[in-house]
Design a protein around this ligand. Structure first.
Ligand SMILES: [Fe+2]
Ligand SMILES: [Fe+2]
Length: 397
């Protein structure tokens, strides 16, 4: 009985704090205002909630039209899922629109959302749905290593607080959502014109992310934000194709010299397009946010030996994002059917890529690609389709 009281006293004190201690709340809002990425915001949130009840792990699942986001504070990172199925647990919360206290999460140990948290030793949880104007947007949850840790008094504070921070939390998603929506609109245009398929951009995004993660492990990339941005913006690499005529892009035979010169323009067309999007989004979004997108679009056809376009940049003068994209995009183009060629097998495409080490491609990127070949293969089979994109690469000419 005493331990029950002691365990929950923090909740009552927390409730009092929550109502009286505006300073803490204001500090939370001003600190979280500064951060650009949702991960950083959620880190602040976890620390803040710990003032009111013990939070060992925090989880956040955000449903987005095209991309669901899962944050796990233990991994200190967000995972992005394109069109993944919603988990059983999430579906239940979504349908009931009700908060829940779970004394023992082992009953959900196979759930896509909860399995990671269970695996990390969390035992009990509270989850609160985030609903805006009647729309279910996601779930925010806190976990404890102790079983049956939370009860209705904690849940009350958690719900109260979630309502207070809901709008600031959603605002943090605005940058992502705006970019995501714009990006998808543009990619849809490419798809409608048969110039790209969703499967191609997904594979390229995943390949690029895998390479970036390996480079992070090796200390060559030192920012997790960059990995995320590469994953987000990789699908935009060929967005400038919007400005190239179908008769050239879909030509079922070799291109003439002048046609190839025409096609090369897609890089600068894409870059200009992005610049105008950036201008229109200002000041809502920090301009640095687009730096990686610029690098991807502008550098994905630069070659390591200086023989690429549009600027003939060489070696490390080409951004790391551009060097990664060059490998990911070319590899996928090789594996895919084109109007003018059959697809190469996975192994043959690999041989061609390796052969270009130090010529078209940075040897360090090829190394990271080869180190991740099992993961690459997984993505290749997961998103492999028959009707593939009509992208082009060095093999086109
Ligand atoms: Fe391109
Ligand atoms: Fe492509």
């Amino acid at each position: 009985m005493i331990s029950f009281f002691l365990k929950h006293i923090k909740g009552y004190v927390g409730m009092k704090n929550f109502i009286n201690d505006q300073k803490k709340l204001n500090k939370f809002f001003s600190d979280s205002e500064e951060v650009l990425y949702i991960e950083d915001y959620l880190r602040f949130l976890k620390d803040f909630l710990n003032n009111f009840f013990d939070v060992d792990t925090m989880g956040f699942y955000f449903l987005n039209q095209d991309c669901n986001i899962l944050f796990n504070s233990e991994k200190d990172d967000c995972s992005y899922f394109f069109n993944e199925n919603i988990s059983f647990f999430m579906k239940n919360i979504m349908e009931s629109s009700k908060s829940i206290v779970v004394d023992d999460i082992s009953i959900f140990k196979d759930d896509e959302f909860l399995s990671d948290f269970y695996g990390n030793g969390n035992k009990s949880m509270m989850a609160v749905p985030i609903i805006n104007n009647g729309d279910f947007l996601g779930v925010i949850s806190v976990f404890n290593y102790e079983e049956s840790f939370y009860d209705s008094s904690y849940l009350y504070i958690f719900e109260l607080f979630t309502n207070v921070i809901k709008y600031s939390l959603l605002n943090k998603f605005m940058a992502f959502k705006m970019v995501n929506t714009t990006m998808n609109g543009l990619i849809e245009i490419l798809e409608t014109r048969d110039l790209e398929t969703g499967a191609h951009v997904k594979r390229v995004a995943h390949y690029s992310k895998i390479i970036a993660e390996r480079l992070f492990d090796k200390g060559i990339i030192n920012s997790k934000d960059l990995i995320k941005e590469i994953f987000w913006f990789a699908p935009l690499h060929d967005i400038g194709k919007i400005g190239i005529s179908d008769s050239i892009l879909l030509k079922p035979s070799r291109l003439t010299e002048s046609e190839f010169e025409e096609i090369k323009k897609h890089v600068l067309i894409g870059y200009d397009l992005l610049k105008s999007i950036e201008k229109n989004m200002h000041p809502a979004i920090d301009m640095n946010f687009f730096k990686t997108a610029e690098d991807i679009i502008l550098h994905h056809h630069e070659n390591y030996d200086g023989s690429g376009y549009p600027n003939g940049l060489r070696g490390n003068d080409i951004s790391i994002s551009g060097r990664i994209l060059a490998v990911a995009d070319t590899f996928d183009a090789l594996c895919s059917e084109r109007p003018y060629k059959d697809s190469f097998s996975f192994e043959d495409s690999l041989k061609i890529i390796i052969n270009e080490r130090g010529k078209q491609f940075d040897p360090i990127i090829i190394g990271a690609f080869l180190d991740s070949i099992d993961e690459i293969k997984k993505i290749y089979s997961l998103y492999h389709d028959s009707d593939d994109c009509y992208s082009f690469s060095f093999d086109r000419k």
